[in-house]
Design a protein around this ligand. Sequence first.
Ligand code: FMN
Length: 327
Amino acid sequence: MASLETKYLGLSLKSPVIVGSSPLTQNVVSLEKCEEAGAGAVVLKSIFEEQIESEVKAEVEANDEYLNFSSAHNVYKRAATDFYIDKYIKLLVSAKKELSIPVIASVCCKSLSSWSEYAERFVENGADAIELNYYPITSDARVDGRKVDDEFFSFIEFARKHISCPLAIKMGSKYSALANKIKAIDKEGIEGVVLFNRTFRPDVDIEKMQIVSGCPTTDGNDYTDTLRWTALMSGEVKMDICSNTGIHSSETAIKMLLAGAKAFEVASLPIKEGFGSITRLNNEIKAWMERHNFNSISDFCGRLAQEESSDGYKWERTQFLKIISRD
Ligand SMILES: Cc1cc2nc3c(=O)[nH]c(=O)nc-3n(C[C@H](O)[C@H](O)[C@H](O)COP(=O)(O)O)c2cc1C
């Protein structure tokens, strides 16, 4: 009987299917359903420092007449921030109590000190690992690429120095010299990287002429960047790669594992098709493994990574050479 067990961030998972940070991972009832359906781990919905700051700001403004000197403002801000962190800790503690699979907390901050403060508090309260959701959008035209890179490298260095538990960096794909950045994460001794995050996508309602939220979910065609970079980098790094974005079928999931992912995250699939889709992924991956006489994930993980495969150069091709040469 084929086993779906895998290791990710030093954690033993009974399945490579991880339910990614999303509305499905923000309450215990839903987290329990992920486990019942066969998820190997869950990543809690992120805590966003930016959101806390804007809520705290609104509260401070509402109470301004009582907070008419600056030290009172600071005390209030600290108390309000603690309120939101404590709320997250409550979710984490309940999840740890009710679930037997690993629970990964997800942090998205602005200032360096907050990343470590939030992460350490979650580790103290039982998080099995921390996923750092790093995705700055640099819309200020005065900020050049060198500054963006410097900030990235400082962030990685800081994270490793100040957060002692198993860590994964969840990053976006829109970076220059992506290979160099992924390698830098590995060099710092960080345990894993999640390729790739997907940002909030604003859109426009042309009747109301208003900015609205674009469709937050992916579809089954959105996986190709992830597959390419998983394959290009899995043989180059010691850390674990967790593939993410556009995994909507067992076929795509198997491609990621062949490319060298140790695990993969899904959010849109179970959001659209329900928790049963997690069970289906597990059953179909197992059936494929049995058809190909694989007993464990490690029997085939990385078989089509660039380093391992004789035609691995195909992962680097950017042009449709055959089509051009036929013309
Ligand atoms: C409604 C919704 C909310 C999400 N919230 C978060 C979040 O809080 N933190 C995070 O890191 N990713 C968040 N994500 C991104 C997912 O974890 C995932 O990276 C992305 O959807 C791509 O994976 P998928 O193709 O399986 O959906 C969210 C996605 C959706 C659809």
